[in-house]
Design a protein around this ligand. Sequence first.
Ligand SMILES: Nc1ncnc2c1ncn2[C@@H]1O[C@H](COP(=O)(O)OP(=O)(O)O)[C@@H](O)[C@H]1O
Ligand SMILES: [Mg+2]
Length: 360
Amino acid sequence: MHLTSLTLLNFKNYEHFEGNFSLKINCFVGQNGIGKTNLLDAIYYLAFCKSYFNSIDSQNIKHNESFFMIQGFFEKNLDKIELQCSVKKHQKKLFKRNQVEYDKLSDHIGFIPLIMISPSDNELIYGSSELRRKFIDGIISQYDKVYLDNLVQYNHVLKQRNALLKNFFEQNYFDNETLEIWTEQLIIYGEKIIKIRKLFLEEFIELFNKNYEFISSQKEHVSLNYLNSINDDFKAELNNYLNRDRLSHNTTIGPHKDDLEFCISGYSLKKFASQGQQKSFLLALKLAQYEFIKHKKQVKPLLLLDDIYDKLDEARFNKLIDLVGNNYFGQVFITDAHPERISKLMSSKNIESKLFNIES
Ligand SMILES: Nc1ncnc2c1ncn2[C@@H]1O[C@H](COP(=O)(O)OP(=O)(O)O)[C@@H](O)[C@H]1O
Ligand SMILES: [Mg+2]
């Protein structure tokens, strides 16, 4: 599967962009702030119906304009597919496949498997647990629609349960029977989510370790641990924490509190690892994500590499280009602020590639 062409209208800093792409490696080069990352983001939009960076759609409309449009033509198993995303100020986002609008955007997720690797990934280390849950959920949702549905349902029920807890708290009143209606559903969806997350991580951790070994020259031991907020029985634990939930008018336990712990030689990656080790860790996470999705979907995902040079020293960068240049990987999009550096590298390696010089 690959993207053959992309057209943008009023997307971020682009009034208009048109490009036809190589099946293998595409390099967006140009000075800082020129719009290289924005191109990757436009491609990301076509896969996930949203920006990787800014979740408020209207803020991705070019300043002083009233709409944006992203159109891409893909080829998947010899089929030609047109995807189009358009956002008008104060209107619902429209997302179309072959001119037909989706009822639910979630139906599109997974159709275009894609992995973005960006400097902002370090938020996975430094940010809140929500980002790490989103990382896991984002991968699973690309191949398991039922999981995504369960997750949507779980979040809906959670919201209702919390609203009711708040209502009881404010009215100084409590009716356990009404609360139980939501609690029971929370358990049904929650247990399914936990089960799938566990199964996923068993497989994923193995891929992660393999990729970390490949990238890092050191032999330090890294680990990825699932911190499940439920020890044993979700129902029993919700019951145990009922008083706490009532006081905080919030559901304080459940898969919405799960986390992933990143460790190096047994210590916290955030606190004790060097920058280089952190970068390798993140890259290994993303490459494991690539392998995992490739395996599950039996298709080579698109790979977007944003300013990856900043992440790695030259030797590791070379290693990575060798890796993504080979046949295991499919179409790749890379940004770099140094045109000479990347074009030299591509020609020295004899990889099919196309260079796009982005200018204002
Ligand atoms: N909604 C928007 N309207 C106009 N310009 C925008 C919008 N959002 C971002 N930009 C501009 O896009 C530029 C950044 O583009 P980016 O793709 O990050 O550059 P780089 O080439 O460094 O990757 C900035 O100049 C920023 O002001
Ligand atoms: Mg950039």
